[in-house]
Design a protein around this ligand. Structure first.
Ligand code: XMP
Length: 523
């Protein structure tokens, strides 16, 4: 598989560059700028892309381009800081701009270069700029503020752009990246779901041989696609289990099991453990404690099950590429760490298994494409994110079987009505699509059951029952979110049905807070 190495100089957009290259169907990997040569060259790259970064090339300890990169003689594309580092290394001049340039800029191609042709509006975000080109380079494009907005040395195949072709604010930026990797580097665009499956299947077979492999399927996209891939590779050597904690959405277990049976011909063993979870949660109302209990219980049930199945040697994990990259990235994306508290429901670190991680190099959209290609149903592949500790985080106050079943019934009504009105389904999570339709789809929607009772009147009866909140958000990355502007008639219908059909709820409210300052879940 031809590949491209992306060197990360601390850019908040580094992962987006990688996704754009993958969208051009070329395999690529991200490396910190100072990763060891052997590690980077192990993927046998056809070229390098240098990301942007927050530093200035003249600062002490500023990140630089390691010498071996030039020695390979391979093409290089420097973006923003990457362009400045390239200029600095090759004897050009970089200086602070009179003022920081941030936002849209118009650029003009100065010569006929297919790399920058078709670009006019671009996204800029830089403090320094190039004031003198290194020897051998010519100017390809200029903007008002950056007379040297794009440069190239066609002989050595070195290129630099001051703007960010990877972000969706640069229309046609994708084309530039595709042109660089396919035409300039000569990488074959053969990274497709079919080739990903073929390669993974081979790798999994080689890793596990005749051994048995265990997978815990949660109903989420990643664990389902990971198990499906392993099943494709080794068939019945895979033992997939589904722990029914009693804290999942309505019919979730049945749906996932049916999808496995009907679409993959794989059996999913359901482990009914809801009694254990409910009794451990009895009387507990503190959110962190609830999470901890669910996490620990899950591990215990899982370990017991593994023992009963004769302690298989391998375990499938649905780790995906962003998790891998974030744990080794240079100092950036601090906000991402907010997510660390989300790994509850995972397995202990000292677990006695060797891990099979078939999604380790895939982005979420690739995971979905692979899931679809393997035949998993759209309802599973495009499922909304669901927290590891399950409905505990949406059942405020004490988690009892009765309250969870109330919550589930209300939640099922909300999802049914949203689905009927066309608000659920395929969603372009963060891939930067400008499609308006994709953005109006609700990214995540659920009911929160509140431990608040209020007075109502039903028929001639006075009621004193709990309240439910509808939470529906639109977001690209779940780090920030806005409340969905759902039509009032749709909200009315949901509210009406919940109060009429669900015992114990007499009031429905709509959460109109964005994140930040609120979070998506209430906890
Ligand atoms: P918050 O509430 O922090 O949630 O705005 C952001 C996204 O993360 C999901 N979430 C979780 N996912 N385990 C998970 O796998 C968890 O413990 C967890 N808690 C929240 C949440 O549903 C939203 O999509």
């Amino acid at each position: 598989m031809d590949s491209i190495a992306i060197l990360d100089f601390g850019s908040q957009y580094a992962q987006i560059i990688a996704r754009r290259v993958r969208e051009a169907q070329v395999y690529c990997e991200l490396f910190p700028w100072d990763a060891p040569m052997e590690q980077i060259l192990a993927i046998q790259p056809k070229g390098f892309i240098l990301s942007g970064g927050p530093r200035s090339v003249y600062e002490e300890d500023a990140p630089y381009i390691q010498h071996f990169v030039f020695k390979t003689g391979l093409p290089i594309l420097g973006i923003c800081y990457g362009m400045q580092a390239l200029t600095h290394a090759l004897g050009g001049q970089v200086d602070p701009s009179a003022r920081r340039e941030y936002g849209y800029a118009e650029i003009e191609s100065l010569i006929d270069s297919p790399l920058v042709s078709g670009l006019s509006k671009v996204w800029m975000s830089h403090g320094d700029r190039i004031t003198k080109l290194p020897e051998g380079f010519i100017v390809l494009a200029a903007s008002g503020n950056s007379p040297l907005a794009a440069m190239g040395d066609r002989k050595r195949k070195y290129f630099g752009v001051q703007f960010h072709p990877e972000v969706h604010h640069t229309p046609n930026g994708k084309k530039l990246l595709r042109y660089f990797v396919v035409e300039i580097c000569g990488a074959k665009p053969n990274w497709t779901p079919a080739s990903i499956i073929e390669e993974s299947v081979e790798r999994i077979r080689k890793q596990v041989g005749n051994e048995r492999v265990l997978a815990a399927v949660s109903g989420g996209v990643d664990s389902s696609v990971a198990a499906a891939l392993v099943h494709e590779a080794i068939g019945d050597q895979l033992m997939a289990i589904f722990v029914d904690t009693g804290l999942l959405r309505k019919n979730e277990g049945e749906q996932v099991a049916a999808a496995f049976r009907e679409n993959l011909g794989a059996e999913l063993l359901t482990v009914e453990a809801s009694d254990e979870f409910f009794s451990a949660l009895e009387g507990v109302t503190e959110p962190e404690e609830k999470r901890k209990i669910v996490g620990e219980k899950f591990i215990r049930v899982f370990e017991r099950q593994a023992m009963q199945l004769g302690q298989p040697k391998f375990l499938v994990q649905g780790t995906i590429y962003p998790d891998v990259v974030e744990s080794s990235a240079p100092d950036r994306n601090k906000a991402q760490r907010i997510k660390t508290h989300h790994n509850v429901g995972g397995l202990p670190e000292d677990i006695q298994f060797q891990l099979v991680e078939p999604l380790r190099y895939l982005f979420k959209d690739e995971v979905r494409a692979v899931g679809e290609a393997l035949g998993l149903p759209e309802s599973l592949v495009w499922r909304q994110p669901f927290p590891g500790p399950g409905l505990t985080v949406r059942c405020l106050g004490e988690v009892t079987r009765e309250r969870v079943s109330r919550l589930r019934a209300a939640d099922a009504i909300l999802l049914e009505e949203l689905s009927k009105a066309g608000y659920l389904g395929k969603h372009d999570f963060g891939s930067g699509s400008s499609s308006i339709a994709a953005r109006t789809v609700v990214s995540q929607a659920f009911i929160v059951l509140l431990p608040v009772r209020s007075v109502g009147v039903m028929g001639d009866q006075r009621t004193y029952q709990e309240a439910a909140a509808i939470r529906a958000v639109t977001t690209e990355d779940f780090m920030t979110a806005d409340w969905a502007r759902l039509p009032q008639d749709l909200l009315a219908k949901v509210s009406n049905r919940i109060v009429n059909e669900v015992d114990g709820i007499n009031r429905v409210v709509y959460d109109i807070t964005s994140k930040p300052p609120a979070t998506i879940e209430w906890e």
